[in-house]
Design a protein around this ligand. Structure first.
Ligand SMILES: CC(C)(COP(=O)(O)OP(=O)(O)OC[C@H]1O[C@@H](n2cnc3c(N)ncnc32)[C@H](O)[C@@H]1OP(=O)(O)O)[C@@H](O)C(=O)NCCC(=O)NCCS
Length: 159
C-alpha cells in the first residue's frame, strides 16, 4: 500500500517539485520564503505526497479554509481546498491519485477542488460532484465538491 507523507517545507521538497508539470507560483513563493529564511523545516506545510523508493511521484496541496457566506458549505464551515493533485505520468493509473484523495477525505471535512477538464471522471469516481460556478459570467462545471457522511449537496448540484 502507498503511504501518504506530510511534506516538509525545505529545499529538498522544492527540488522534488521541479519534475512535476505544475511547478507554479506557489512553489516559487515557497522558495522565496526559504531564501529569505522565513520558513523553518518544521513549519506546517500544505503539501502531501507519496514516495516510490526515494522519488516523490505524487503530490497535492490541502489548505484549510473557512469563510462567511460560503455558498456550498454554509457560513463558518471549515473545508479543505485540494489543489495541485498530480501523479507523474509513468506512475498514473496505479491508485496513487486515489490514495491522496482518500487521505484528504479521511480528515473529515468537506472538500472543494477545481477539476482539470480531463480529470472530471476521476473526481466523480471519488464522489465529487460539480457545482455551479461562473467564469467571466459563463457557467462552468469544473468546480467540484465532496461532502462527508454521504451527503449529496442537492442544493448546489448542477446537471
Ligand atoms: C488525474 C490523476 C491525479 C489521477 O491519479 P491516478 O493515480 O492516475 O489515478 P488512480 O490510479 O488513482 O485512478 C482512480 C480511478 O480513476 C480513473 N482515472 C484516473 N485518471 C483518470 C482520468 N484522467 N480520466 C478518467 N479517469 C481517470 C482510473 O481509471 C481509476 O478508475 P478505476 O478505479 O475504475 O480503475 C493523475 O492521472 C494526474 O496527475 N493527471 C495529470 C494532472 C491532473 O489532471 N490532475 C488533476 C488535478 S486537477
Amino acid at each position: 500500500m502507498y503511504q501518504v507523507e506530510h511534506l516538509k517545507i525545505n529545499f529538498k521538497t522544492v527540488e522534488e517539485f521541479k519534475i512535476f508539470k505544475e511547478y507554479g507560483l506557489q512553489q516559487l513563493s515557497m522558495l522565496e520564503d526559504l531564501q529569505a529564511n522565513m520558513i523553518e523545516n518544521n513549519c506546517e506545510s500544505p503539501f502531501y505526497g507519496i514516495y516510490y523508493g526515494n522519488k516523490l511521484v505524487a503530490r497535492m496541496s490541502l489548505y484549510k479554509q473557512c469563510e462567511k457566506n460560503n455558498p456550498y458549505f454554509g457560513s463558518d464551515q471549515e473545508y479543505l481546498e485540494l489543489a495541485k493533485l498530480e501523479v507523474l505520468p509513468e506512475y498514473q493509473r496505479k491508485g496513487l491519485g486515489s490514495t491522496l484523495v482518500t487521505y484528504a477525505k479521511s480528515l473529515g471535512l468537506p472538500i472543494k477542488t477545481i477539476a482539470r477538464i480531463k480529470s472530471k471522471t476521476f473526481w466523480e469516481k471519488h464522489g465529487f460532484f460539480p457545482v455551479s460556478y461562473k467564469i467571466d459570467g459563463e457557467p462552468n462545471s469544473r468546480l467540484m465538491i465532496w461532502l462527508p457522511n454521504g451527503e449529496t449537496g442537492e442544493f448546489a448540484k448542477i446537471s
